[in-house]
Design a protein around this ligand. Structure first.
Ligand code: NDP
Length: 296
């Protein structure tokens, strides 16, 4: 068997073009473009690259981006002050605190300081609570991107056995809830799970988000399963640095029914959902008709 490729990059481009058209129409009506503020602390090169990528994506769809790059020595109280200012800034519809923060800064209280209606990363307890209770709200971007990939490929979820490997607040836990909302029967596995491969082999839908290069091999995948690889790991091979996922892609191609590549799978969809959340927040705040990601 050779798995079908679930091309997150192509889907992201298609959806961003849709969003661009909606932004140009709405911004004319509202008199200002949607705005996303990105707060970055310190000089982590990976964070710098992610922020560059997000800013460029904003520009392409017509979202104004405001970057606040602060020194690594920034105090918690000063960062809190900046977040509060952004909460009150009318040009800003979404606030993104680029994680991880440098040591000494406490993430949770800063994330909770973001106004829930501007929490475009969907990490505030209020938005997590809305997800838990099945109410509409800002959904965290990576799991929401995974759900869009599944929806676009018209993969049925109701009654299917879904196994999510990884239980982080960023990916695994919210994704488990989203799959449950879509009527899948969900198991969330983690580093303390016994007999992991036995469990993953039962999955019709397998999502892996653990941050371990190629940890899931072909023997851990049910033939014909849908394999979604969230992991992004930089490895050195043949003297070159490259990105690989948590699934052994080459081996999985022979077993899975469909699979996301790394790079070019979930990553581009994470950024797309950030743009979408910014637009959702903009529409709600300005009382505009809601944007529709799936309307062609
Ligand atoms: P975290 O480190 O926060 O969480 C990792 C999770 O994986 C934990 O729940 C951990 O279990 C579990 N885990 C670790 N090792 C194993 C193992 N050997 N077997 C089973 N479970 C294991 O990572 P994130 O959720 O933030 O990210 C996961 C991966 O996804 C990373 O590679 C990250 O770079 C990538 N990522 C990709 C994004 C994208 O846009 N594509 C966005 C966000 C993340 P325990 O809880 O027991 O410690």
């Amino acid at each position: 068997m050779t798995a079908t490729l679930l091309d997150g990059q192509a889907l992201a481009l298609k959806l961003r073009e849709r969003l661009r058209k909606q932004v140009s129409e709405l911004a004319g009506r509202a008199g200002r473009p949607p705005g996303l503020a990105v707060v970055r602390v310190g000089d982590n090169p990976a964070s710098a690259a992610y922020v560059r990528n997000k800013k460029a994506a904003c520009e392409r769809v017509g979202i104004a981006s405001f970057e606040h790059h602060l020194p690594v020595t920034t105090a918690q109280a000063d960062l809190l002050e900046i977040v509060r200012d952004l909460n009150g800034d009318d040009r800003v519809d979404g606030i993104l605190l680029q994680l991880p923060l440098p040591e000494g800064l406490e993430e949770r209280s800063l994330l909770h300081a973001i106004a829930p209606d501007k929490d475009v990363d969907g990490l505030h307890a209020f938005n997590m609570g809305l997800l838990m209770s099945g109410e509409p709200g800002l959904r965290s971007c990576t799991p929401a991107g995974v759900m869009e990939i599944l929806a676009d490929a018209e993969i049925p979820l109701a009654g299917k056995r879904a196994v999510v490997v990884g239980r982080s607040i960023l990916v695994g836990k919210p994704l488990g809830l989203m799959l449950l909302e879509a009527n899948a029967t969900v198991t969330i596995a983690h580093s303390r799970t016994n007999h992991l491969a036995e469990l993953t082999r039962q999955a019709d839908i397998l999502v892996v988000a653990i941050g371990r290069p190629r940890a899931i091999g072909a023997d851990a995948i049910k033939p014909g399963a849908i394999a979604i690889d969230v992991g992004i790991n930089r490895v050195m091979e043949g003297g070159k640095s490259k990105l690989v996922g948590d699934i052994d892609f080459e081996a999985a191609l022979e077993v899975a029914g469909a699979i996301t590549p790394v790079p070019g799978g979930v990553g581009p969809m994470t950024v797309t959902m950030l743009l979408y959340n910014t637009l959702l927040s903009y529409c709600r705040r300005l009382d505009l008709p809601p944007v529709d990601l799936r309307a062609s």
